[in-house]
Design a protein around this ligand. Structure first.
Ligand code: FAD
Ligand code: DHB
Length: 385
């Protein structure tokens, strides 16, 4: 079997790349380890930058997004109960759209024209410095596909980055001593916009998926187990971290999903190894605080798709040669912003009283400075490609 581009992973990065290549008439094959239902069952990100919305438009998969997505002009930051609204629209003339990663994935899956092989086991990448090919097993049968290029879109734990020789890659990492316990519930959101709250007991986030479905998170220690968190315990903890009026107004209910995600900052360099390119979570992880993970995955594959389209259209490798440096420049800015927002809003077990005073001073500076708010708004709504 032969194709032009093999894409490893059918998360949002892999599916979007496949879609952009399909639209450009570039044959591609997606290999995904899990089933389609499993991929759709993962509850992850919820906020799209304008750049990601524009990419959904370009991919001609944005009809439902424009019908159902909730446009937010701002967000609320709260520190020990003092709340301040950051008005993105007024500060930088941009907005974000609340539309779940599950829906993005579903829209891309529905539109898929090229072949996707789900439940592909033991995917292995070969000879990407020469004549690349990929092997896998399905239903006990071994398969092989030869290709021009491989796109590693298989997330943090995928096979692509792991197949690069250690001495060819450098990784940068920060692990935070906490995670986010998240709950999904069929109740209306407590507020029109998201609320990011710092409290001495830990960070909390009130987010949403639709006018009738909410997503809430609380910071928990890495040692916490989801089984130890009944719904009641979660709601009690969340209420304690919110200002009294918000806590009072919140509608609680039975959780549809509950999980703990660890927080990590991670970047791999470079993103190109011969004919293999890394994109999305395979290349980098951000802590979720700045809502950047999905958006970064989208901007990576937009750049990679343009580079591949340029190669097949004009036989120029300029875009492919520049992909790693161009994507990394944007990635590091998003890493910085996500780290900064995480540092401002979470409780760090070892930071002491000095650290807490600095966080408070940072919050007071932010709420008193239009320049600081503009910086937050510019980053949160998405830096240009
Ligand atoms: P993924 O979505 O991880 O997709 C990779 C795909 O590759 C998966 O379908 C996987 O099954 C497949 N795969 C893996 N290994 C192989 C293999 N060997 N062979 C074939 N296929 C393979 N971001 C936010 O902004 N807000 C959030 O609240 C948020 N919550 C998150 C919670 C969790 C638990 C995680 C893991 C991430 C979260 N993120 C969040 C980050 C965001 O969801 C990711 O940045 C986004 O999913 C990246 O998309 P991707 O396509 O690069 O990777
Ligand atoms: C959501 C997740 C985030 O990380 C964030 O910053 C905002 C919203 C969410 O899952 O809704």
């Amino acid at each position: 079997m032969r194709t032009k581009v093999v894409i490893v992973g059918a998360g949002p990065a892999g599916l979007m790349l496949g879609r952009l290549l399909d639209l450009a008439g570039i044959e591609n094959l997606i290999l995904e380890r899990k089933s389609a239902d499993y991929v759709l069952g993962r509850i992850r990100a919820g906020v799209l930058e304008q750049g990601a919305v524009d990419l959904m438009d370009r991919a001609q998969v944005s009809e439902r997004l424009h019908e159902e997505g909730l446009i937010h002009d701002g967000t609320v930051l709260s520190f020990d109960g003092d709340s301040h609204r950051i008005d993105f629209a007024q500060l930088v003339g941009r907005r974000v759209t609340v539309y779940g990663q599950t829906e993005v994935t579903r829209d891309l899956m529905d539109a898929r024209q090229g072949q996707t092989i789900y439940e592909a086991e033991d995917v292995q990448l070969h000879d990407f410095d020469g004549k690349p090919y990929v092997t896998w097993r399905k239903d006990g049968v071994s398969h092989r596909v030869d290709c021009d290029y491989i796109a590693g879109c298989d997330g943090y734990h995928g096979a692509s980055r792991a197949s690069v020789p250690q001495d060819a890659i450098k990784t940068f990492e920060r692990i935070y001593p906490f995670g986010w316990l998240g709950i999904l519930v069929d109740k209306p959101p407590v507020a029109h916009e998201l609320i990011y709250a710092h409290h001495e007991r830990g960070f909390a986030l009130c987010s949403q998926r639709s006018p009738t479905r909410s997503r809430y998170y609380v910071q928990v220690a890495n040692s916490e187990k989801v089984e130890d968190w009944s719904d009641d315990r979660f709601w009690d903890e969340l209420r304690r971290r919110l200002d009294p009026a918000t806590a009072e107004a919140m509608q609680t209910g039975e959780s549809l999903e509950k999980s703990i995600a660890p927080l990590r900052s991670f970047v791999a360099e470079p993103l190109r190894f011969g004919r293999l390119f890394l994109a999305g979570d395979a290349a980098h992880i951000v802590p979720p605080t700045g809502a950047k993970g999905l958006n970064l995955a989208m901007s990576d594959v937009a750049m990679l798709a343009d580079a591949l389209i340029e190669f097949y259209g004009e036989t120029s490798t300029a875009g492919l040669d520049f992909y790693s440096a161009k994507a990394l420049s944007r990635i590091w800015k998003a890493e910085r912003f996500s780290w900064w927002m995480t540092s401002l809003l979470h409780v760090f077990p070892d930071s002491g009283d000095f650290g807490r005073r600095i966080q408070r001073a940072e919050f007071d500076y932010l709420t008193g400075s239009v320049a600081a708010q503009q910086s937050l708004a510019e980053n949160y709504t998405g830096l240009p490609q």
